[in-house]
Design a protein around this ligand. Structure first.
Ligand SMILES: [Zn+2]
Length: 144
């Protein structure tokens, strides 16, 4: 499989690595929103968050916290964004799960442009129930 992030994790493609753990790697995005924009990936290929193995999740979030603190201290940040695009429709361009950590600066004019919607009568409860049911089904299928 030709995956650029697998190649980076395997050391076949160079990257500016800032953190390496047992199952997780963090390196600078080559097309940063700001210098210091970091990508955090599982070393083993997972397409998106829903495919990420449980044993990777904890290490990945701990590494994210460590890297974010490193960004805040080294770049003297007042804040940062944490985000992940999952699926082409969400803007995912490399189909190996990654979390972005991006520095933010005053007046940097970066924003998510969106309009909010309103639920119709009963719609919020119905959507909530669909999601709860899917979560229950998924949890019970994992327990089997
Ligand atoms: Zn990969």
């Amino acid at each position: 499989m030709d995956c650029i992030f697998c190649s980076i994790a395997a050391g076949r493609v160079p990257a500016e690595i800032v953190y390496s753990g047992n199952r997780v790697l963090a390196f600078l995005d080559v097309n940063p929103i700001h210098p210091g924009h970091v990508l955090i990936i599982p070393k083993r290929h997972s397409r998106d968050l829903t495919e990420l193995p449980e044993e990777v999740l904890g290490e990945l979030m701990l590494a994210t916290q460590t890297v974010a603190a490193g960004l805040v201290h080294s770049l003297d940040l007042q804040g940062f964004n944490l985000f992940s695009n999952n699926g082409a429709i969400a803007g995912q361009s490399v189909f190996h799960f990654h979390l972005h950590v991006t520095p933010r600066y005053p007046q940097d004019n970066i924003r998510f442009v969106h309009g909010t919607k309103e639920y119709g009568p009963g719609e919020m409860a119905a959507v909530g129930e669909r999601i709860r049911q899917a979560i229950r089904d998924n949890v019970s299928s994992k327990e089997q």
